[in-house]
Design a protein around this ligand. Sequence first.
Ligand SMILES: [Cu+2]
Length: 340
Amino acid sequence: MEYIQTILVTVEATRLEQAAQPEGLLSELDEHRAFLKEQPGFRDLRITRSINNEGNVLLVIETRWTDDASLVHYETNEPNVAAIVNSHRNVIVADSLQVLDMEALRTESSWRPLEAASEAQARVMMPLVVPLGVLALALLFIYGLSRVYLELNKDAAAGLAAGIAIGILAIAFYLANNPRVPGWQIGGIFVIAAAALAGGAIWAVSNKDEGQAQEQTTAASPSAAPGASPAASGAAGGQTLVASDSPRQFQFNGQANPTIQVAAGKPVTLTLDNKGTATHNIQLAGDDGTFGTPDDVATEPLAVGPGATGTLTFTPAKAGTYDFRCQFHPTEMTGKLEAK
Ligand SMILES: [Cu+2]
């Protein structure tokens, strides 16, 4: 709301020059502006003039005020516009002075162009900022949480998921029971959730990098025996299967007649290291599990003598379990390749 005093007064055509002189009506009104600026509640002074048919000049002098009391105080004390006009009665048309007090119901758009501009900007930005913010939050949620879950083992991941679910339920319960939750609390919840997610994702990513670095160090370390590398990571490289006589069995990483995990679609190299005194070999069945049928993958190496090594290479085309055995000791020396 704004309070406006409008004063209408007509200056005689023949007295215009006099009104425009220093000490005249117009310059005194102009000087009055400095006084007005000191007054509490004052906003603006606006003077417009228009010339009528007789050559007289109609002056419209508006002063604008933030509240009624300030305007009343101004009107009932001097100096004010009405008093200034009255003191120059000799230049104005008799009885042309009118004083109108008005209330402006809405002034924002015409009165404060800067505020109006920022409001319009906010109206344009909101439909952009809100969906983009929601999208960014959703992406952060998906990315952050997936990184964290991938780094955790099964039990910890289940525990975290349960914790998050309970947390969301608790927050929803709180919000549902407090319909007048202040905005800063809701904002705070979002900020804390986003910070926790971002922190978790950063932790998970840095943890993963460390893990990879450690794995690489182990692989590069000369002290690590080739046969001791984990089965899964050695899928494309060499793995050593030891043939022993007492007891008569295959050994792989200390496992007797082992099940070896390999990756489907990637070449597998098995080195048979014959530590015994008998001759051994590897016969690898197809995925029907039967030896000696046309789908047999390989019967290689044909024979590995005592103290010698031989190499078998094959690529499991699809996931499945491939049985192998030593053809010379088919019941004692067995094993499985599990392709995933
Ligand atoms: Cu054998």
